[in-house]
Design a protein around this ligand. Structure first.
Ligand code: A2P
Length: 318
């Protein structure tokens, strides 16, 4: 369902993807959501080692494929990501192989660095947490992720992933990585919705043949600081949806697709999973109306200092 986007190495990625991050509720929820999504026609699944549900994604894919023999593994585009404490080269390899085992697949379609932050691990490969309760940062690999990228390139050259890419990187980090990358990043997955429109970073990525991929395209993570204003209750957006007889989610998905990147709506509800896959096209007038809602909003990511104990983008702090 939906258009295909061509990555810079020729691999094709369905523009509409299904996010699996939200489905960490009860056991079995991710499995069900993935089967619903594949039945609804999604052929792009966004996963991550960190989500701790890749076994359920894997069994969901397996069950769907066994019930639908006309669909092959190669018809599905699968993303996974390496978490912060696994940026050392041997851990990058371990992480991808662990994800492949859980996903029950010999390869993924794109393997991403989840955050441009490297942190320390314990002897048992768990995240090391400092006395302040935050991740213990590996400064050297954070400031220079070249060894991590080399490990990603090796896995690409070995065929364990059909492309490699980034997530949550800003222009500065991409620029320095491009200086030494022999395999160019194919995508940069970032939060994008009308309250975080990311126009400058989107333009930068596209100018470098890196396709932006939008997480939280429905705006679930964001609200205007200090106001509580939410994408999901924005009156101007609701008017556009109602006028056309669409859901607000359909409007937001259409806006992302029209801007030229991939979108990853997520849901654990069967009818919303199906409804979000019913793609609609925004008229130029409605597209402009959503752009107007996005006008003048934040242009940077949330400050991750509170979560990871490290400000990834101090130069961009507001
Ligand atoms: P639910 O799982 O109950 O459907 P985002 O992709 O921006 O992170 O948004 C995901 C959130 O939006 C989830 O909480 C999901 O809840 C909700 N959601 C997904 N699709 C729709 C929809 N069509 N209408 C309303 N809420 C939706």
């Amino acid at each position: 369902t939906g258009p295909l986007l061509k990555l810079n190495n020729g691999v094709e990625m369905p523009a509409l993807g299904f996010g699996t991050f939200a489905n960490e509720g009860s056991k079995g929820e991710t499995h069900k959501a993935v089967v619903h999504a594949l039945n609804a026609g999604y052929r792009h699944l966004d996963c991550a080692w960190f989500y701790q549900n890749e076994e359920e994604v894997g069994s969901g894919i397996r069950d769907f494929l066994s019930q639908n023999p006309s669909v092959k593994r190669s018809d599905i585009f699968i993303t996974t990501k390496v978490w912060n404490h696994l940026h050392e080269p041997e851990d990058v390899e371990w992480s991808l192989k662990d994800s492949l085992k859980k996903l029950q697949t010999p390869y993924v379609d794109v393997f991403l660095i989840h955050w441009p932050i490297a942190s320390e691990k314990n002897a048992d490969r768990t995240v090391k947490i400092g006395s302040d309760g935050k991740y213990v940062i590996n400064k050297s690999l954070t400031e220079n992720p070249e060894p991590t990228w080399r490990a990603m390139e090796k896995l690409y050259n070995e065929g364990l992933t059909r492309s490699i890419g980034l997530s949550n990187f800003t222009e500065k980090g991409i620029e320095s990585l491009l200086k030494y990358a022999t395999v160019k990043p194919s995508v940069n997955q970032i939060e994008i919705h009308p309250f975080l429109p990311q126009q400058p970073l989107i333009e930068y990525c596209l100018s470098k043949s890196i396709i932006p991929v939008a997480y939280s395209p429905l705006g679930s993570q964001d609200q205007v600081p200090g106001t509580g204003e939410k994408v999901s209750t924005n009156k101007d957006l609701i008017v556009i949806a109602e006028k056309n007889g669409w859901s607000l989610a359909q409007v937001l998905i259409a806006w992302g697709l029209k801007r030229g990147y991939s979108v990853l709506p997520k849901s654990s509800n069967e009818s919303r999973i199906k409804g979000n896959a019913k793609l609609v096209a925004l008229s130029d007038e409605d597209f402009e109306a959503v752009n107007n809602v996005a006008e003048g909003r934040w242009t940077r990511f949330v400050n991750m200092k509170d979560t990871f104990g490290y400000d990834v983008w101090p130069e961009e702090s507001k």
